[in-house]
Design a protein around this ligand. Structure first.
Ligand code: VG1
Ligand code: CO
Length: 572
């Protein structure tokens, strides 16, 4: 038993700088606290440990193995080289069966998601439970409180470092009897699942068309190994379609975040950068984040907003994706995500759920059989095949829709493009103009004051509307201001203070919320949305259409005065 000088950890979805993780007992504290929180359940359990391969993962894996053995874990399952995407971990918990019919009941996922990696960058650990989804708040709160008072952790010194570069079983004698570490191919379970969901034949057919080309950018994250296996080996795509698909500990020094700011190479190739590409622009482009749960979808010189992406997938799923052929159980979106999905749900007579930001809320709905497809504006899309959002799944969903729409087009004919599909969708359902402004690393006190100011404003809607009139702002009347609150329909738990909303007469919305995941200072997110059903106006450029609302949002919130920021860090 080792004495532990305890440290207060910032959050339980613990994601922070590597230098912090390297402090004595830091990883040990979180891992032991998790086992303590799980209590007696830990004995004889199988757990998965792996992640996006970022710097410090290999050290953390060896530490976790030893603490697991000392706590009575029976077996630790590891993807080769310690790699497993977040969605693959979820799939493994749900579906992988050991030689004696046994299944894993939890996982430590080592990732800081879309944040940069490297000795001076971020690392993270997250615990997922037996449904394959992130631990619910009741457990994470328990873990967090234990991390603050913990004084010791258990570690099995008799266990040598395990070679995780080769597949195979390493057997040890742990304090509670036999203890195994099983290293396996990181892609097999996930590929099997994808093949059971999509029509690989139809996608292969699309990819084999000489007039179709695509580009997938893994941003040096873990999605690269799945892209290689699925797109190239299974679907026979040209290997030239893949860029940055070899995982790197530092993501090549980049920011593995699939958006127009950070996915630079893809953005350039798709004709959306400042320079005109020298090669032919592909028909379809996509990227995923470090741990492969986020995705960005692009067409030739065309960006698909994530809020539109989930709506379009939901609208086309039944015909294009075999997994959904019997219909959808319901759909869900996070509150700040645009209402594009709501319009589809209404047309298809599906139940729609609006939940707080973060994937765990979707998990409860899915476990209860109430939701098939869901998404977030933050480049997260997924379905009830697992309990995490899923980047590669979203790419396969789009490829399926493209294959389906082009099934009648003769080889060599003019293909239905991503842009055609989106424009067609807008003309059927109307368009939700959408943008998000992020103000990162804002002073925490300033952020709190800003939020308090916004809460105060909710009780003076008539003043707000007079201001709109006086300043002759081209926006509708504000009819409601509130803080979003969610009561989970399954377990009845209530989540309060989930974002400050201003709702307008014409359906437009402004939402302000502080980020729950930023690793430095506070991050303020401002979400701006406007609905347009007039077909003659849906083609306008998004930033142009939204300019009056943006101007109003900044004026109303006094954001610059509070934060000292004249412009956002990132616009998505
Ligand atoms: C952000 C996104 C949210 C997402 C979360 C985790 O949270 O806004 O939609 O679920 O990141 O994404 P926040 O609280 O910073 O706004 V990931 O790819 O890090 O699992
Ligand atoms: Co992620």
């Amino acid at each position: 038993m080792v004495q532990c000088s305890w440290k207060i950890l910032s959050t339980v979805r613990m994601s922070t700088q590597v230098t912090v993780f390297k402090q004595p007992c830091y990883v040990e504290n979180f891992v032991q606290a998790t086992f303590d929180a799980l209590g007696e359940k830990v004995k004889g359990l199988i757990i998965v440990v792996s992640g996006d391969g970022r710097y410090f993962s290999k050290d953390a894996i060896q530490i976790i193995i030893k603490i697991a053995a000392a706590n009575g874990i029976k077996e630790v399952w590891i993807g080769q080289n310690g790699l497993l995407s977040t969605p693959a971990v979820s799939a493994i918990i749900r579906n992988r069966v050991g030689p004696h019919g046994e299944k894993a009941r939890g996982a430590f996922i080592l990732t800081a998601s879309h944040n940069p990696g490297g000795p001076q960058e971020d690392f993270g650990i997250k615990y997922n439970t037996e449904n394959g989804g992130p631990a619910l708040e009741s457990l994470t709160e328990k873990i967090f409180s234990i991390t603050k008072t913990i004084t010791k952790y258990h570690i099995a010194d008799g266990i040598n470092d395990v070679d995780i570069s080769k597949c195979g079983t390493h057997s040890f004698t742990g304090p509670d009897g036999p203890f195994n570490v099983v290293v396996f191919d990181a892609t097999e379970d996930y590929v099997k699942l994808m093949k059971s969901i999509f029509d690989f034949g139809a996608i292969k057919n699309l990819l084999s068309r000489p007039e179709f080309s695509f580009c997938f950018d893994a941003l040096h994250g873990v999605s690269g190994i799945y892209a290689q296996k699925i797109f190239v080996e299974e679907l026979s795509a040209n290997p030239h379609f893949l860029v940055n698909c070899v995982p790197k500990e530092d993501f090549g020094g980049g920011h593995p975040d699939p958006n127009l700011t950070y996915a630079k190479e893809l953005v350039h190739r798709m004709g959306l950068g400042k320079m005109v590409p020298t090669e032919k622009i592909p028909e379809f482009g996509a990227a995923a984040d470090g741990d492969a749960d986020r995705n960005m979808i692009l067409g030739n010189r065309f960006f698909v907003t994530p809020s539109d992406s989930v709506a379009i997938i939901a609208a086309n799923a039944v015909g294009a994706i075999p997994y959904f052929k019997t219909g959808l159980k319901g759909v869900a979106r996070s509150m700040p995500t645009s209402a594009a999905l709501d319009v589809v749900a209404k047309a298809l007579k599906l139940k729609l759920f609006e939940v707080p930001t973060g994937w765990k809320f979707f998990g409860n709905l899915m476990d209860a059989g109430m939701c098939s497809i869901c998404g977030e504006e933050s480049f997260g899309t997924g379905s009830d095949h697992i309990r995490e959002k899923d980047g590669i799944w979203a790419v396969l969903a789009w490829l399926s829709i493209l294959a389906h729409k082009n099934r009648g087009v003769p080889r060599g004919g003019k293909l239905v493009t991503v842009q055609d599909i989106v424009r067609q969708h807008w003309s059927t359902f109307g368009r939700h103009f959408y943008t998000r402004y992020d103000y990162e690393n804002v002073d925490a006190g300033a952020a709190r004051n800003l939020m308090a100011h916004l809460v105060n404003l909710q009780s003076s809607l008539s003043d707000i509307n007079s201001m709109i009139k006086e300043a002759k702002l081209n926006v509708a009347r504000v009819i409601r201001g509130d803080e979003f609150e969610y009561k989970d329909p399954i377990d009845g738990s209530v989540s309060k203070h989930q974002g400050i909303r201003f709702l307008f007469e014409d359906g437009s919305r402004l939402v302000f919320r502080p980020s729950g995941t930023g690793s430095e200072g506070a991050t303020i997110r401002l979400y701006i949305e406007q609905y347009q059903s007039d077909p003659s106006k849906i083609g306008v450029e998004s930033q142009v259409a939204l300019a009056p609302l943006v101007e109003f949002a900044l004026k109303l919130s006094k954001l610059e005065a509070f934060t000292g920021r004249a412009s956002p860090t990132v616009i998505t």
